[in-house]
Design a protein around this ligand. Structure first.
Ligand code: GLY
Ligand code: MN
Ligand code: MN
Length: 458
């Protein structure tokens, strides 16, 4: 099991949640072991983040209940029997764990269905099929009739999105592991090594220092594919290597960094030109991170820097403001500037992206590119977000847009054609919003052209 914060923290979090509800209960199902290819061969265990936030325990087959009317919290679950202990070793008793997190009561799992019967039950959107089925059984409804509580979702987002001092310490630790993952890849990135070897080195650091990676590592010379999970190529002189990877520390807090490296050790002139544009977009967006700013403004700053840069080298043209507003840049950066990060790498997205990144003051755009922004709303102290602009030359997308003559007033398709083998560049950092501005988390990871080229030197 993972270590715990001091017990008061979980109790305080549950009390803050309870303060918003006068009746009914909130139900938090643990994640259970998930079989990979047969029941006893499971994927790495990962507890549900809402469960972790309110109950801390990283163990399967339990349900946490907050009873708003009686102002009590309960765990429903069963202690392990000797048949399990033979395989697993001795396990702590649920009653002892409940004391550690200041939960009032432990009851056998089989009593849960009758306990919740006829009570208003608030629950978050189940994202695992097993939990959908279990919720339907417990609530005596069909899966299609399950309706998560919007009230609960909104309250959880308002709590989890403000990272406490203790959580920031954990996030910093996850960042340090992430920095080490990237640093080792920078050390070994050379022509002749395979993508898979580098992937293994980075994954090894994440496993050796924490709870593994915060999402499957993206490490590829085909960086034009945004989430490329193939690692089959040998590194070739002249190509770029994109690595987007982060760690989960032992308390399940996450980091998420992207760096793009020239395999040869130095960027070509063309690579340097594009890299500088992405770098400037990253720097400009981070510089503007502060309370009171809507993060969509930071996205706008980044895509404006990209558009300006791409115009300067002749890949784009035309009226800058119109080009940005209409989303012509999305040919090169179809994704958003970033997302919140915390117990999940895309924090709380199980609760619904629009509840996390949008609110009553800002609605998601329907324009391609702009609409991909996950975190648009106003920044406040305690938010932790990623800033991850990129430029990609995606041959399929270029072909489609060119054929449709899309944004011909803003895009020089003839020149874009000559970049079809370029690949992609993304640069990503994790940023805490502070009272006065922001702080980039983690030890500085080489980022500028000079820094990257100097760390890649043999
Ligand atoms: N982990 C993919 C991303 O950077 O959002
Ligand atoms: Mn990333
Ligand atoms: Mn990210």
């Amino acid at each position: 099991m993972n270590p715990l914060f001091i017990s008061n923290i979980y109790e305080e979090r549950r009390n803050k949640l309870s303060a918003s509800f006068s009746h009914g209960i909130a139900l938090f199902l643990s994640n259970n072991e998930s079989p990979a290819n047969y029941p006893a061969n499971t994927y790495r265990y990962r507890q549900d983040s809402n469960f972790l936030y309110f109950f801390g325990l990283s163990i399967p087959n339990i349900v946490g209940v907050i009873d708003f009317e009686r102002n009590r919290s309960l765990l429903f679950g069963d202690d392990y029997e000797i048949d399990d202990i033979i395989w697993m070793g001795n396990q702590p008793k649920l009653m002892n764990l409940a004391v550690e997190i200041k939960v009032d009561e432990v009851r056998p799992y089989k009593e849960l269905a009758s306990f919740i019967k006829n009570k208003p039950v608030h629950f978050t959107p189940p994202y695992r099929s097993e939990n959908r089925i279990e919720l339907a059984r417990l609530l005596n409804r069909s899966i299609d009739e399950l309706s998560p509580s919007i009230e609960l979702i909104k309250k959880i987002v308002s709590l989890r999105e403000i990272k406490s001092y203790e959580e920031i310490v954990q996030l910093e630790e996850a960042c340090e592991i992430g920095v080490k993952m990237h640093t080792i890849v920078m050390k070994y990135c050379k022509p002749g090594i395979t993508e898979r070897e580098l992937y293994g080195l980075a994954e090894g650091i994440a496993l050796g220092m924490g709870n593994g990676t915060s999402f499957p590592i993206i490490l590829s010379q085909n960086g034009q594919t945004l989430h490329n999970h193939e690692h089959n190529l040998i590194l070739e002189k002249g190509r770029l290597l994109v690595m987007d990877a982060g760690a989960e520390n032992v308390m399940n807090y996450c980091s998420d960094y992207t760096r793009t490296l020239p395999v040869s050790g130095t960027f070509t002139k063309q690579q340097k030109e594009i890299y500088e544009i992405v770098y400037q977009a990253n720097i400009a967006a981070i510089a503007n991170c502060k309370p009171g700013i809507q993060n969509i403004e930071n996205h706008k700053i980044a895509v404006t820097v990209l558009t300006e840069g791409l115009q300067k080298i002749g890949l784009m043209k035309g009226n800058m403001e119109e080009s940005v507003a209409l989303g012509a840049h999305a040919l090169f950066m179809p994704h958003g500037l970033g997302h919140q990060i915390g117990l999940d790498v895309h924090d709380m997205e199980d609760l619904g992206e629009n509840f996390v990144g949008y609110d009553d003051t800002i609605k998601r755009s329907e324009i391609f590119g702009w609409g991909a922004l996950r975190m648009a709303k106003m920044l406040i102290p305690g938010h932790v977000i990623t800033v991850e602009p990129g430029i990609y030359f995606i041959p399929h997308l270029i072909d489609i847009w060119k054929k449709e003559k899309k944004f011909e007033a803003f895009i020089n398709y003839d020149k874009v054609e000559t970049y079809k083998n370029f690949g992609g560049i993304r640069i990503e950092d994790d940023v805490l919003i502070t009272k006065d501005g922001h702080r980039v988390l983690g030890t500085h990871l080489p980022k500028s052209v000079v820094e990257i080229e100097s760390i890649l030197k043999p």
